[in-house]
Design a binder for this molecule. Sequence first.
Ligand code: SF4
Length: 338
Amino acid sequence: MVHPDDPAVPSTKHPAPCSLCARPAVTFIRYSGAHLCRQHFIEFVKRKVTREVRRQVRLPETAVIAVAVSGGKDSVAALRILHDIFGPRRGTRLVAITVDEGIRGYRPPSLRIVAQNCRQIGVEHHVVSFKDHFGMTMDSTKARWGQSTPCTYCGVLRRHSMNRKARELGADVLATGLNLDDTAQSVLMNICRGDVERLARLGPHEKVQQGLIPRIQPLRQVTDKEAFLYATLMGYPVHHSVCPYAGGAMRNRFRDIVLELERASPGTRYCILNSYDAMREAIEEKYPPAKLAGCTSCGEPSVDGLCEACRLVQALKKGQGARGEGNDGRRRPLTRAP
Ligand code: SF4
């Protein structure tokens, strides 16, 4: 979601010419001082994504790339750019996966939007639902969340569902729509709550763990606003609604903090990302990935006994709150994905 206070929200009435040609600029890239026209902006984003994907992963000729697509601007942009990059490559197969958490009024329209995008580029679309996987939905468990925020449950169950489906489809990697703003927020958030182990697992994942599909982040160098402008200029169908349960997430506070820092000092998001990358090897050495076994209930990768998703589902079914947290609070550090 593009925040209305984003210091660099694109202006369609930008008076300046493009810094690279004479055409009118559609945006001003504040952190670099460049004005870019439509064509140069599109090339600029695609170049960043292509470079980042090459940096993150080396794929075999016959790779299967699963893309987690919620229908929002980020995941749609990731899917479409990956299709532009890998579509012409013979043997590479792109598949889109959407998780249906069972959130009435929010998820159904986004499923249609993802399906529309997939039809336009001829990509398979797979939907995995909480109802089928766990026998419950976010809406149906609302009364049992207790003090925990909805994302606590949803985040863990989403990652579990996504990993399982990607593996069933034979995916080599799972691409997500995480952008630069998301990454900067996650880095700060984990530092502020002292969860260094989780910081080590933010991805992109270079080491393969048994049963876990490595996640890549094609938009890691693309800002929130750039993803929004890219999807808009390309005319892609995008779902703009905000999840009705997103309100209490701690991430919202960090979104404001990161934007405030960026406003005061353009380029801060890149500085946070670069600092994280510089520390990453040392953190990963101190917190190597846990040894995984199969969950005693679902068989998905787990550190011991029940995986985190089964533990949460059981707690929900018994009407108990979560002991750890998923997306936005301190959690029991387990594995990097499910
Ligand atoms: Fe789930 Fe939270 Fe995302 Fe809503 S905002 S879809 S509850 S993780």
